[in-house]
Design a protein. Sequence first.
Length: 221
Amino acid sequence: MIYYKEWIKTRWFLLLLFLSSNGFAGYAVLRIFRVVELKGAAHLWEVGIIKDSVFIESTMQFVPLIAGILLAIVQFAPEMYHKCLKLTLHLPCSHSKMIFSMLKFGLLAVISCFFVNLLILFFGLQQVFAHELYWHIILTALPWFLAGIAAYLLTSWVVLEPSWLYRILFIAISMMLIRIYFISPYPEAYNGFLPYLTVFTFLLGSLSWISVSHFKKGKQF
C-alpha cells in the first residue's frame, strides 16, 4: 500500500526524472561522438591519456545530485505541507517500517534511474574508447551517483524535519556531507574508498528517523 501511494504521488516526476537524466547521459555520449567525427578517435584517446580527461564531467557531474534533491522534495514536501505524515504514522503499522518503506521506494527509484544512466554511458563509451579508458571514466563518475543517493537521503532528512531551527542545522550538515563526494577533482581519486563511501551513503538513511522522532514529539519551533 505504501509503495502504491508513493508511486501515485511521484509517477509523473519519476517519468520526467528518467527522461531528463538519461537525456543528459545520452547527450554526454553524443558530444563524444561529435568530437570523434570532427577530430577522430585518436585525438580523444590522446587527450584522455595525456591530460587524464574524463570528458563527461561538464554534462553529468551534478545531474545525480540535483535528481536526488528534487525527488526527495517531490516525495516528502507534500507529506509535510498537507500534514499527511501525521495520518501515515497513525496507521496500525510500525512507524519505522512506514518511513523506511517510503525511503526504500525513493531509493529504488533513484538507483534504477542512475543504473540506466550508467548503462547509457557504459555502452556509449565502449564504442569509442578502449577498456581501460572507458572504465576510467565510469569509475570517476561513480562518486557522483553516490552523491545523488546521499542527496536524496539527506534532503529527505531535512524535509521531514518539522522544526525550521533544526532544518537549518540539518541543511548545513548536509552540505558538509555532500562535499565529501566532490573533494578531489582528480579522476579515480575515490577508487580505494568507494566501498566505504557506498556503505556510508546508505547509512545516511537512518538520519531521517531523527526528524520523524521530532515530528512525533510535536516539535514545531
